[in-house]
Every structure is written in structure tokens, then in C-alpha cells.
Write a protein that binds this ligand. Structure first.
Ligand SMILES: C[S@@+](CC[C@H](N)C(=O)[O-])C[C@H]1O[C@@H](n2cnc3c(N)ncnc32)[C@H](O)[C@@H]1O
Length: 212
């Protein structure tokens, strides 16, 4: 099978040390493609999840299976080192338009107390399989002709590519908590010391006397 953008991103993250093949990985909205990529990249401890029934054994190889709705995962926190989703999130209700901004907004809304480390990868990914299947060969030939231009767009203006991947790292709260907040016994609360160094305390004005 041809190495794809999916493989390339996972391989780059392995090379950068973000991922490790010994990690326990959960794949949501998963299927055969995910199994093949995870196997090719050397992962051993993977659980593939999706709605509905378990795919036939050979489609999961040695990986585990779990029936899961990606919007209501039933696992305890910290059950996995890494979660992967490929070509699946556009099925979810939370997505209005699938853009980088939507991802940033969703992550910040979920955990507004920290600075998040979100990294994007871009690729002009041409769906050759779909194009070849069309009865009308016109579009396939047009895209083949336009290929050098599309490549140029990918190199010169990567954000204009038709595909992106996002890496969202869970924030390390000892480094990324906003300075006006602090953690006490695991709970996030306002850091009144930080506020006191920057703002004066305002005492509430006394209510003025009303003339009768
Ligand atoms: C386009 S397929 C992608 C499958 C696979 N990840 C791949 O790359 O080939 C989208 C998958 O998402 C699954 N899916 C859709 N909504 C889901 C949900 N809420 N929770 C879990 N899986 C979902 C579908 O069953 C389908 O298998």
C-alpha cells in the first residue's frame, strides 16, 4: 500500500519524539486504514474503536476493539497515551466547518485555563481513487494536468492545501496554566497574589443617602 499523509504525520511525530511505538493508542472512528497505518508505523498496543459492530478479526489484526461513540467515549481519563482520529471528526455534531480555527476554538472552550500546544500539518491530497472511478474522465485528466500547480500551492502556500492534520498536546499545567490562575489540591482557582501585584483592591462604594 502507498504511504500516505496519515503515515507521514505519524512518522514525523515518531521522529520528533512526540510518539513512541510503545504507547497505548486509541483510534476513534477507526477502521482498516488505521490498522494498516498503525501496523506499518510499528505500534503494538492499539485499540480501534468505532460505532457499531466489531469488524471481522482479520481487519483488526492483533489490535483490540471497542465499540465507542467518539463524542461519548466510555474510557476513564488517562487510559491511553495518545488518541488518533483520521477522516472521522467531520461526522461529529460539534463541527460546523472543519477548519483549524474550529479545532483551536473547541480545545480552548473545553479547557480555557491553559495555553495549548496545537500543531498543524498540511498536504495537497488528491483523491486519485475516487477520480479514477468516475465515468467521466474529464475531471481526472484535468486534475492530472493541474498537478504541478497543486504541488506548487502545497509548497508555497501550504495552508491552502485541501487537507490538514492537527496535533493537540495535553497541557502540562505546571508550565501552561495562565498566570492569573493557580492549582490548589488539583483544582484550578484564581491566583489572588498575581492579581494583587497588578491591580488595586476596590472597596465597594457606600450607598448614597436618599433624601426623603
Ligand atoms: C470516512 S470513515 C474513516 C474510517 C477510518 N478512520 C479511515 O481512515 O479509513 C468515518 C468513520 O467514522 C465512523 N463514525 C462516524 N461517526 C462516529 C461517531 N460518532 N463515533 C465513532 N465513529 C464514528 C463511521 O462509522 C466510519 O467508519
Amino acid at each position: 500500500m502507498v504511504r500516505d499523509f496519515y503515515d507521514d504525520v505519524v512518522i514525523e511525530l515518531l521522529r520528533d519524539g512526540v510518539l513512541d511505538t510503545g504507547m497505548r493508542v486509541l483510534v476513534v472512528c477507526g477502521g482498516r486504514t488505521d490498522r494498516l497505518v498503525m501496523e506499518r508505523c510499528g505500534f503494538r498496543d492499539v485499540v480501534i474503536s468505532n460505532l457499531g459492530v466489531r469488524p471481522a478479526g482479520r481487519d483488526l489484526g492483533s489490535f483490540g476493539w471497542s465499540e465507542q461513540d467518539s463524542e461519548r467515549l466510555g474510557f476513564d481519563d488517562e487510559s491511553f497515551d495518545f488518541v488518533v482520529v483520521h477522516s472521522g471528526l467531520h461526522h461529529c455534531y460539534f463541527v460546523y466547518r472543519f477548519t483549524e480555527r474550529e479545532i483551536v476554538k473547541t480545545v480552548h472552550s473545553y479547557a480555557p485555563y491553559a495555553r495549548h500546544d496545537i500543531r498543524f500539518f498540511y498536504r495537497m491530497r488528491i483523491p486519485w481513487g475516487h477520480l479514477r472511478l468516475r465515468r467521466n474522465r474529464g475531471l481526472y485528466l484535468a486534475v492530472r494536468l493541474a498537478r504541478p500547480v497543486l504541488k506548487l500551492v502545497e509548497v508555497c502556500a501550504p495552508r491552502q492545501s485541501n487537507n490538514f492534520a492537527a496535533l493537540i498536546l495535553k497541557p502540562d499545567l505546571s508550565r501552561t496554566l495562565h498566570p492569573w490562575l493557580r492549582r490548589t489540591d488539583g483544582a484550578v482557582e484564581v491566583n489572588s497574589d498575581w492579581l494583587a501585584t497588578r491591580y488595586r483592591t476596590i472597596t465597594a462604594p457606600r450607598p448614597s443617602r436618599q433624601r426623603s
